[in-house]
Design a binder for this molecule. Structure first.
Ligand code: FAD
Ligand code: SAM
Length: 643
């Protein structure tokens, strides 16, 4: 993931022209009509949308998002013609994203398409490479904006495309994009009913598509263009669609943030869900804090952890923007100040700002005076300000997520045992048995107590947060402030701050010594909180679930003994076995290991799981999903000859 350049434009009567490619973004006499003619009619979308069944999904991929015109038009056709509970996935690639100002300028030409502009602008990602998930119309329309070079990003996509819009400037002005790699990747991602449409009939485009296995038909072009091209992928590869089964709920074990996000993501797709939880209520363990910071600690050098955190932060922030207004609020994107308490951290932050990885809109370096002004209280420290981050109330957020007509929760049910027979799972609790085709384990570090997951290297890490009344003698904080710990602005007249980090102590009771540690850390960062007295403090403890590589564990569970057998050559040659696939416990999924960053990793992990279960376009790049694979530890341990 790295910072990318925005588009540089000039304008001709309301039509943007790319300075780099010296080409128009859309036709000056009828951009909307051209888009309808070439892409909508070219792919016969109105008829195909009308023919869909309830709960179906349809996937479109576009080369070049530009002003979003094609997306806006397609969305309107979708809302007019597709069944009400079907889902449109629109995936669009963009190497040079337009700035929000340029977008708004372009949209002035089409006032009738403007009904989702505010939502699009609100969720529009910063200019950073990678996959960005946006959602419209109560989730009926999902947009995945993939920023970066098309030919670099296409191999990272996991999806089955129903229709392609080939729309990246003309091949003579942009030859680098119209390469054979494009057509080969299109073939990888297409099935027997996949169509494409493009405005160009250039020779090398026709040859490339034909060689990759697409049929070609010339049609009359739009306006002064004599011809355009449509076609179909010629293959026997069928689209694999996974039927949702309303009568047999998916079972989720664990009602913390991971379980609640997974349950809600499934329910939002129309899938019924049964959540089994050993406590009498949801969010009584790691997710039970009244408030937590929604922010990412980004590294100077690219790493899978940083890439996941950045994708996750933007994903969670977009979900928060869709939340209904509530009192008290469930979350707030009030901004996060990450203060530098040491020379080393100051140096790290300076390097971060110089780094090519992050766009300026993500964070800015601020001096102590500006940090004091932003936070609303004096601090002697400079730091980084993240305007698009904030806090979430995890416990209340879990309750909100689980409050859905398709989600049932059975509390006081501690799962002891899982058994698979004839493609069904029997889930045994201390009280009764349940059956399901799909089960998702979201039990944090307790997952190891189940036989199928006892090989996973997770560890519980105790943390204690402190709460104190937001009385008049304490400052009125305006942003989240992180130093060695963190504090959020007061919610329900109470401040929540912390948290300790304890690998060896496992008691649940709060300790005065830990409250004192939290107070001490806070005062070092924000001295005006010195009025806090220990005897005014309350708090709670919880356990984070950490993994040996600090990444969550998300995906279908590997069959341990079969994987060891199939991959045994790894013990002798780490490069072997690359062609082999991991034997899985079909239908058994896991979503755990969120450490101290669950607020940014649980929602996106739930998104990954659901798309995996139902064969939909994935919200994360393939290479990053592989990093989260539950099988990774078995393969690593074989390579290291530990098993
Ligand atoms: C003190 C503290 C401070 C934190 N601060 C932040 C922060 O500021 N920002 C941030 O992003 N993250 C923070 N985190 C991390 C974040 O809260 C966690 O990553 C997240 O809540 C994990 O959610 P989970 O659902 O995986 O686990 P949990 O919330 O622990 O949920 C697991 C659930 O599974 C249930 N369960 C277990 N075994 C069984 C069984 N056999 N049968 C049925 N149910 C079972 C449990 O009862 C529990 O409800 C903090 C964590 C702690 C502890
Ligand atoms: C003609 S415009 C697309 C118009 C757009 N579909 C719309 O609805 O406004 C072409 C777009 O392709 C993008 N583009 C060009 N080369 C690209 C590449 N190699 N990878 C990704 N995007 C590219 C350009 O930046 C530009 O935004």
């Amino acid at each position: 993931m790295q910072r990318i350049k925005s588009a540089s434009l000039r304008w001709d009567q309301g039509v943007p022209i790319s300075n780099k490619f010296d080409d128009f973004y859309f036709n000056s006499d009828g951009g909307v009509d051209e888009s309808n003619h070439v892409f909508i009619q070219g792919n016969q979308l109105v008829d195909r949308f009308k023919a869909l069944m309830p709960k179906d999904s349809f996937v479109i991929a576009e080369t070049g998002f530009g002003t979003g015109l094609n997306f806006l038009i397609t969305r309107q056709h979708w809302l007019a013609h597709a069944p009400d509970d079907a889902t449109l996935h629109f995936i669009s690639f963009e190497k040079y994203p337009l700035s929000a100002e340029d977008m708004m300028h372009a949209w002035q030409s089409w006032p009738h398409l403007n009904d989702c502009n505010t939502a699009l602008l609100q969720q529009y990602p910063p200019a950073t490479e990678g996959f960005h998930s946006l959602s419209f119309d109560q989730g009926k329309v999902k947009l995945t904006l993939i920023f970066g070079d098309l030919l670099e990003q296409l191999p990272r996509l996991e999806a089955m495309i129903d229709a392609w819009y080939l729309d990246g400037f003309s091949p003579s002005k942009n030859p680098d994009m119209w390469q054979s790699e494009l057509y080969q990747q299109m073939a990888r991602l297409s099935h027997s009913k996949t169509s494409f449409a493009t405005f160009t009939v250039a020779r090398q485009v026709r040859d490339g598509l034909q060689t990759a296995g697409f049929s070609l038909t010339k049609r009359s072009g739009f306006g002064n263009k004599r011809e355009m091209l449509i076609g179909q992928y010629l293959t026997h590869k069928a689209k694999i669609s996974v039927e949702l089964c309303p009568d047999l709920p998916v079972i989720i074990i664990g009602a913390g943030l991971a379980g609640a996000c997974t349950a809600r993501a499934l329910a939002d797709q129309g899938q019924s869900v049964l959540v089994l939880e050993s406590n009498p209520k949801a969010a009584q363990e790691g997710s039970g804090n009244p408030q937590g910071a929604l922010y990412a600690k980004l590294a100077v050098k690219p790493s899978p952890e940083t890439a996941l955190h950045l994708h996750g932060l933007l994903y969670s922030a977009n979900q928060i923007k869709q939340l209904p207004v509530q009192d008290p609020p469930l979350a707030s994107l009030c901004g996060v100040l990450q203060l530098a308490l040491s020379d080393k951290e100051r140096e790290r932050q300076t390097q971060l700002c110089k780094s090519e990885l992050y766009p300026n809109s993500l964070f800015q370096l601020v001096g102590a005076a500006e940090a004091s002004q932003l936070s609303g209280t004096e601090t002697p420290h400079s730091g980084l300000f993240f305007p698009n981050a904030g806090w979430v109330a995890p416990a209340d957020y879990c309750h909100y997520l689980l409050d859905h007509p398709l989600i049932k929760c059975h509390f006081n049910q501690s799962v002891t045992h899982l058994q698979q027979q004839d493609n069904r799972w029997t889930v045994t609790t201390d009280k009764r048995q349940y059956h399901a085709e799909y089960v998702v384990i979201c039990t944090a570090a307790d997952a190891r107590k189940l036989e199928q997951l006892d090989h996973l290297p997770t560890k519980p890490i105790r943390g204690q947060t402190t709460q104190v009344s937001a009385t008049d003698n304490l400052p009125a904080l305006k942003t989240v402030v992180c130093g060695e710990g963190y504090i959020s602005p007061a919610r329900q007249q109470s401040y929540c701050f912390g948290a300790t980090f304890d690998l060896h102590y496992h008691e649940r009771e709060c300790r005065d010594s830990d409250h004192l540690k939290n107070i001490d850390q806070l005062i070092k960062t924000l001295p005006k909180f010195a009025e806090i007295k220990l005897n005014h403090c309350s708090g709670r403890t919880g356990f984070r679930c950490s993994t040996s590589d600090y990444l969550p564990i998300v995906g279908e569970v590997a069959n341990f003994s079969e994987t060891v057998k199939r991959f045994e050559n790894l013990r002798y040659d780490a490069q072997s076995c690359q062609h082999l696939s991991v034997p899985r416990l079909k239908g058994l999924f896991v979503n755990i290991g969120h450490g101290s960053k669950g607020l940014i990793t649980c929602p996106i992990s739930a998104g990954v799981l659901v798309t995996m279960m139902f064969n939909q376009p994935n919200p994360l790049p393939k290479d990053l999903i592989e990093r989260l694979d539950p099988a990774r530890f078995i393969l690593r341990d074989l390579t290291r000859r530990r098993i």
